[in-house]
Design a protein around this ligand. Structure first.
Ligand code: NAP
Length: 250
């Protein structure tokens, strides 16, 4: 059931951190992988090279997910390279621009929504066009625990990550009858470049609030994505899997 050997997966922001772990996890399960990035060309190539060493095909595409023409070009390039369209889309690309609201510019508020939320909307829109024809597909959107709790200094990011849940459920409603499942993973506090910049004091404070007692790894998130991307979750849609060491229990 975890054999994805005839599947093609697009992972946005697949060059680093959680996205790179997802790309490798899906490749380990047999999928060919499109590694998307914006700036880290060499890191994206490294991920692609590891995918190829696993015996799978890999294709690196530079694309800004917040730009519709760039997204359209990425989907065209993927179709040309593989002669087919993606079976799996993981909307993972994300940025932060943290600031308290009284000092946050509208530009920074919108920039975070554009990448984290509109980017997922745009990539889903282009993936769905072909998934509808195939009458199958799995989309996994990466949200965040703070999309559920809110977080001081992250009004833009929390708005986007909460929006991802509404987007996920709306897409799940719209395309269930076309055989397309849409789910989300909401990571907690995960070791990556995004959290590296935090001071040790803040990290220690955050970790002290996590019942399982440590930060998560990108692989913890990739495992949940693999489940949602695979037929093991064939009766799951519109759902969110929380992967946070117990940080959020409802
Ligand atoms: P990261 O290490 O900062 O990596 C971000 C990735 O997104 C990079 O591959 C980056 O590409 C890509 N990216 C950024 N802007 C993009 C754009 N406009 N178009 C295409 N790709 C773009 O972040 P991460 O920690 O792995 O986070 C991955 C996802 O998990 C994000 O959605 C994040 O919000 C979410 N998340 C993370 C945590 C955490 O604790 N780390 C917790 C909850 C949710 P380049 O390499 O080219 O810059």
């Amino acid at each position: 059931m975890l054999n994805l050997s005839d599947k093609l997966a697009i992972v946005t922001g697949g060059s680093r951190g959680i996205g790179a772990a997802i790309a490798l996890k899906l490749a380990h399960a047999g999928a060919d992988v499109v590694v998307n990035y914006t700036a880290s060309s060499s890191k994206a190539e490294e991920v692609a090279s590891t995918v190829r060493n696993l015996g799978r095909r890999a294709f690196v595409v530079q694309c800004d997910v917040s730009d519709e023409s760039s997204v359209s070009r990425m989907f065209d390039a993927v179709a040309e390279e593989f002669g087919k369209s993606a079976d799996i889309l993981v909307n993972n690309a994300g940025i932060t621009k943290d600031m308290l609201v009284n000092r946050m510019s509208l530009e920074d508020y919108k920039a975070v929504l554009d990448v984290n939320l509109a980017g997922a909307f745009l990539c889903s829109k282009y993936a769905i066009k072909t998934m509808m024809r195939a009458r199958s597909g799995s989309i996994v959107n990466i949200s965040s625990v703070v999309g559920f709790t809110g977080n001081a200094g992250q009004a833009n990011y929390c708005s986007a990550k909460a929006g991802i849940i509404g987007l996920t459920k709306s897409l799940a409603h719209e395309y269930a009858k076309r055989g397309i499942r849409v789910n989300a993973v909401a990571p907690g506090f995960i070791a990556s470049d995004m959290t590296n910049d935090l001071s040790d004091t803040i990290k220690d404070k955050l970790v002290s609030q996590i019942p399982l007692g440590s930060m998560g790894s990108p692989d913890d998130i990739a495992n949940a994505v693999l489940f949602l991307a695979s037929p093991l979750s064939s009766y799951v849609t519109g759902e969110t899997v929380h992967v946070n060491g117990g940080l959020l229990m409802s």
